[in-house]
Design a protein around this ligand. Structure first.
Ligand code: SF4
Length: 454
């Protein structure tokens, strides 16, 4: 049977979608391969959040096709959704599949292979483009390929976003918010636990507003909190995370969940984007710097020691030095545990891309603000790493370290990376304590503390 290679760019949701498609290929008798060099089918699951991500995907496909033309080539995901048929012309691929059609990919590849075999003597090109919406497509991302000793897994609970932040392409590539039923998600988590998974991360573009259009609040609890409580009941699951949330989704019931659901890990990602109310308004982010700060205080009060990370955009159209200083001041006061800082770049098809040229901030100035803010974030975050030296923390060991394959890595409940020495067959997939001995650049180093059986 043909061999399939899928390259994935972008977020964890894309990784999860790729896992689903891979699983469907395997069920249909195809073989997955880790290299495009020997693949008959080469697919790229694309991201559109930054222009660079689109260029990378196009560059990768160009490289594959220059070396050798596989039997089937195609794009899936966000760039496929936003560019559609244009990609067949531009990149000469056979298949373009949007974000609501992942479950059709295998059928389409089958069709293309059959058509190519039947038309061996015919040079007419056959291609398939499907970027239609499909009701219920959010329910199709539900199967897993659980590897031996796999301790952590991602579970896609919803698709799409209705918020329409002016810089963001997601509402146009992923469509409107659509959530899966609680019972279906819990069943998926139960199966993962049965296969040895100890930690689940619930995924959605606006995850803490899960179910708001489909399911009612019960006893003052939003559908998202109802879901968290139901997942919390699953035996074998010991850690629960979620990403990516919106600040406005942290209502009191969710903050209270951090008090009464101990499996919820001590980490929240809270995208700030800007510390200036004027810029937040332009971004169409419905909160103020003050309400954001109050939210941080309420979360820290509910779960002391919780790590808070954020996303910030510098150089959004119209951002003056004064606006930037407001962001800087807020970062100083909040002291995030880490921050992902992005220089604003135009995304075709978003409202911000249409904002006047006169409002654009120069690349040089964006870079200066980026470096300045990075320096501040590090200065505030590093002491928390230093303080951990000599302490014991629990990690879930995930596998070999990305930077040093001879060592293992895991994550603390606060989502900090810890690198340790040890034997993979004994430690991967397990939760245990680590004595922290050192740190460097957002990574902790330590030794596993194991009982007699460990
Ligand atoms: S809430 Fe997130 S996904 Fe939705 S439009 Fe805003 S940035 Fe994009």
């Amino acid at each position: 049977m043909p061999r399939v290679y899928i390259k994935t760019y972008g977020c964890q949701m894309n990784e999860r979608d790729t896992e689903q498609v891979s699983r469907m290929f395997v069920e249909r008798g195809y073989t997955m391969t880790g290299s495009d060099a020997d693949a008959d089918v080469v697919l790229i699951n694309t991201c559109s959040v930054r222009d660079q991500a689109e260029q990378k995907a196009l560059g990768k496909m160009g490289m594959v096709r220059r070396r050798r033309i596989p039997m089937v080539t195609g794009f899936m995901g966000c760039m496929a959704q936003s560019r559609g048929p244009e990609l067949v012309e531009k990149a000469a691929v056979d298949l373009v599949v949007g974000t609501q059609k992942y479950h059709r990919v295998v059928d389409y590849v089958d069709q293309i292979i059959r058509s190519k075999e039947a038309q061996l003597m015919d040079d007419e090109r056959f291609s398939i483009v499907d970027i239609e919406e499909e009701e219920g497509s959010q329910n199709s991302i539900r199967d897993h390929e659980v590897a031996p000793q796999q301790g952590a897994a991602f579970v896609s609970i919803m698709q799409g976003c209705n918020m329409k932040c002016t810089f963001c392409i997601v509402p146009y590539t992923r469509g409107a918010e659509r959530s899966r039923p609680i019972a279906q998600i819990v069943d998926e988590v139960r199966q993962l636990a049965h296969k040895g998974v100890r930690e689940v991360t619930l995924l959605g573009q606006i995850v803490n507003l899960y179910g708001r259009h489909e399911f009612p609040a019960l006893n003052g609890k939003s559908p998202f909190v109802q879901l968290l409580e139901a997942v919390h009941e699953v035996d074998g699951i010991e850690r629960i995370r979620f990403t990516s949330p919106h600040p406005i989704g942290y209502k009191q019931d969710l903050i209270d969940a951090f008090r009464h659901l101990p499996k919820l890990c001590e980490h929240v990602h809270l995208p700030l984007q800007s510390g200036s109310d004027e810029i937040l308004k332009r971004m169409h982010r419905p909160y103020t710097a003050q309400s954001f700060e109050e939210l941080v205080a309420r979360i820290r009060e509910a779960r002391p020691g919780i790590a808070i990370t954020t996303d910030i955009i510098v150089g959004f159209p119209g951002e003056t030095e004064a606006h930037y200083q407001q962001t800087r001041d807020l970062v100083q006061r909040v002291a995030f545990d880490n921050a992902y800082i992005f220089r604003y770049s135009k995304r075709r098809g978003t409202p911000a891309a249409e904002m006047e040229e006169a409002l654009q901030v120069s690349e040089q100035e964006k870079e200066r603000r980026n470096q300045d803010l990075l320096g501040l974030v590090n200065e505030l975050a590093y002491p928390r790493y230093r303080e951990l030296i000599g302490q014991r923390v629990e990690i879930l060991c995930e596998g070999p370290s990305k930077t040093d394959k001879t060592r293992l890595m895991g994550r603390t409940r606060t989502n900090r990376i810890v690198v340790i020495e040890g034997r993979a067959e004994r430690l991967v997939g397990r939760l245990f304590e680590v004595q922290i001995e050192n740190w460097a650049n957002f990574t902790l180093f330590g030794s596993a503390v194991l009982d007699a059986e460990g």
